[in-house]
Ligand binder design. Structure first.
Ligand SMILES: Nc1ncnc2c1ncn2[C@@H]1O[C@H](COP(=O)(O)OP(=O)(O)O)[C@@H](O)[C@H]1O
Ligand SMILES: [Mg+2]
Length: 433
């Protein structure tokens, strides 16, 4: 700043004292112009000082964070696991499978997708596996509100503060809503790439980045998902880092599969499903201390979907009658049917009825439809996506089939067999002895 001021005055005085001779009387107007020029000069210097200081601050911060990132990668993100041991049902086989994905060998050249319906326990298991592997695993929890995406990236590498300069933050605020998220994401990827080079040079194997809850991206900003997928492909090609996408909805694998970057995805994709019957029993009887006679009814209602088992167990243990618990579960499913337009007078009622009929056909023992058979009911992809995205049916990329989304959906259809014109006897309710 002082240099600028000095230069300004030097320039000004040399100009006034060399060009005007003799400079004995300074008129009022020239005094005013000197004053104005000085003020402008001072302001410009202050601005210059502020901006250069800010840029310097951003550079230092960036270097500091890079150093921090390298340190974090060494021990991994170690995400928090929000479940106590007395409620947790261990699923060692699933955790082992995820851990295998999180420990790629040096020439691994694929990225991964882990799918499963909402509430099957993906986040819990991905966090457990990430923490157990530790070294070289960065876990990014994509937030439901994408305005917190930069913080999510920051948290993954254990720094919470903004990585860009203060001026940058101001500019970002006045820009449109989407641009900053995309630029934040590009910046985070650049940092990750750099860290992965450092990690690879030291450990001779690629580091791993887990993106959990990517379903939020497909709805709110699919472009970011595309950017992450493209980068995952390039990084897999260059054996820099291995990306693992964890998602809850069929629309994610469908979008990812339709892009050329899919060529580097590991197939078949891994799917995390419901708890088995034994695991569900362990949860309800041993962990939640519910009597066996009641357990059977609860399991028939919601199957092994852990999030639903937890809800019905909570309600039941609060003293609610089973019939009340059941009504609540079925009411919730009915609302989903309504918003999916699958009830009478709904846009997709007739199509839905045919699909339900096919799923429950007595020859269809597994209650599955091949994706092609499901697809034949729709003349437009958008319609198919809409029905598939409405949480009544579920697409399983590993087997490429469509099923009911959950046992509670199946139960609702059973209870309302007349609406869907399906004979009640065709509906299989899981039997628990
Ligand atoms: N193995 C498990 N044992 C007991 N509770 C679990 C287990 N896995 C998940 N949960 C609980 O079920 C709920 C949903 O789990 P979460 O991991 O968030 O599922 P998802 O990521 O598939 O939506 C959470 O409340 C979680 O604590
Ligand atoms: Mg989750």
């Amino acid at each position: 700043m002082f240099l600028t001021l000095h230069l300004f005055f030097y320039f000004y005085s040399s100009k006034s004292f060399t060009n005007s001779s003799p400079p004995l009387h300074i008129s009022e107007t020239s005094f005013l112009s000197i004053f104005l020029s000085s003020a402008v000069g001072i302001l410009a210097s202050i601005l210059l000082f502020f901006v250069s200081g800010d840029v310097l601050y951003a550079c230092c911060r960036s270097l500091y964070n890079e150093n921090l990132l390298n340190k974090t990668v060494e021990k991994g993100t170690q995400p928090k696991i929000d479940i106590s041991n007395d409620e947790f049902v261990s699923r060692p086989q699933v955790v082992e499978r995820i851990k295998e994905i999180l420990q790629p060998h040096k020439n691994h050249s694929y990225y991964h997708l882990i799918c499963g319906e909402h509430g099957t326990g993906k986040t819990t298991l991905a966090r457990i596996a990430s923490s157990e592997v530790g070294c070289g695993v960065i876990y990014v929890d994509i937030p439901a509100d994408l305005s917190g995406l930069d913080k999510a990236f920051g948290k993954a590498i254990n720094f919470a503060s903004e990585k860009i300069s203060i001026t940058g933050q101001w500019l970002r605020k006045i820009k449109s809503d989407d641009t900053p998220k995309i630029s934040e994401c590009a910046k985070a990827l650049k940092t990750f790439r750099h860290a992965s080079e450092v990690y690879k040079a030291k450990h001779d194997k690629p580091m791993v980045i887990v993106y959990d809850n990517v379903s939020y991206l497909v709805h709110k900003n699919p472009k970011i998902l595309d950017i992450l997928q493209d980068d995952a492909k390039h990084s897999a090609d260059d054996r820099k880092y291995i990306a693992v996408f964890v998602c809850s909805e069929g629309s994610v694998p469908q979008r990812m599969e339709s892009r050329s970057a899919w060529s580097r995805a590991k197939t078949p994709v891994m799917e995390i499903g419901d708890l088995s019957k034994e695991e569900s029993m362990e949860y309800l009887i041993k962990k939640r201390k519910i009597k066996e006679v009641d357990v059977k009814k609860l399991f028939d209602l919601v199957g092994g979907r852990i999030i639903e088992l937890k809800t019905v167990a909570d309600d039941f243990l609060k003293g609610q009658e089973f019939e009340v618990v059941k009504k609540q579960v079925l009411n919730k499913v009915e609302k989903t049917f309504r918003s999916a337009e699958l009830l009478p007078n709904g846009l997709y009622y007739e199509v839905g009825k045919s699909i339900i009929g096919d799923l429950l056909n007595s020859n269809n023992k597994s209650n599955e439809l091949s994706f092609l058979d499901f697809n034949k009911y729709f003349d437009k992809t958008e319609k198919l996506n809409e029905v598939l995205g409405s949480n009544i049916f579920s697409y399983h990329p590993e087997k490429n089939v469509v099923t009911f989304q959950s046992q509670s959906v199946k139960c609702y259809v059973h209870e309302n067999a007349d609406i869907f014109s399906v004979p009640g006897s065709h509906i299989k309710i899981i039997e628990v002895n």
